[in-house]
Ligand binder design. Sequence first.
Ligand code: AMP
Length: 315
Amino acid sequence: MSLVVVGSIAFDRVKTPFGERERLLGGAATHFALAASFFTDVRMVGVVGDDFGEEEFEVLRSRNINTEDIEVVKGGKSFFWHGEYGYDLNDRVTHDTQLNVFENFDPKLSDGSAECRMLFLGNIVPSLQSKVRSICKNAEFSALDSMDLWIDTARDDLIEAIRGVDVAMINDAEVRQLTDEPNLARAARKIMEWGPRAVVAKQGEYGAAMFTKDTFFALPAYPLESVIDPTGAGDSFAGGFLGYMDAHESHQLNDDAVLRRAMTYGSVMASFNVEEFGTERVHRLTHNEITERFRQFKRMTHFEEIPLEPRLHSK
Ligand code: AMP
């Protein structure tokens, strides 16, 4: 079992209606790896500056995440993102993005990472996603995330990267934007024609929907009464999803029931992620809490089929 994630590792400044934090451990790869670490062995591939210290590495290592392929650039500054959410937590404004060492990121994979079984290509330049995909030749299962910036500026490269993965896991608005198709089901079908066998459309506080060639599955987000910081929910979702998949044998990776449970574990991990700022909640999560919330998802979405009595027409 081995799962590699490549993506941003960051310091985030985040403001929500419930508070503000100046410097949170963040980045797509960070949120993904912490969530996935509850299911399997995870390796992170990324770049940081030397402002990324022992305290930050310790959060990752305390969850047994392999940080060997996190390059530390001497004298460099880590990627920094500053975002703000209003009461509609699906809607966020980016105030500042400082790429810093991330600007010249060229992923370097050790042999251990190159031989991974599972791969998640976080939101980075699409051509780098394709490069990492081709290095990890033997990956049995791979997924990718992206963002509007790459749809606008590197659409062809993004389509090329999507061709190489099993699952495209992107926001619903981006699924539509990428395909120029307003209907989500048709848009997902179009993406599957490029190569992936599934499309997972993330829908923020409304949950996530999975399209495969023959099936459809959707889950609402867990109905939390207190959402503090939605940053990284999508990456935690992906971490739960791929982490769970890695606990399966090769012949099960196509099994619809396994994919549905992966959707559920993804939703579970995303729901914990948003309960507190940054990585705080997931960092101190327990397996029992994950199992309990998984059961609640089952109860929440279960209903019985009772045949409808024929209606008697009275004249
Ligand atoms: P999400 O909420 O899933 O979109 O991911 C949030 C994480 O993405 C934050 O922790 C940010 O540090 C990181 N992030 C923000 N903008 C970018 C970007 N342009 N490229 C890569 N990562 C980013």
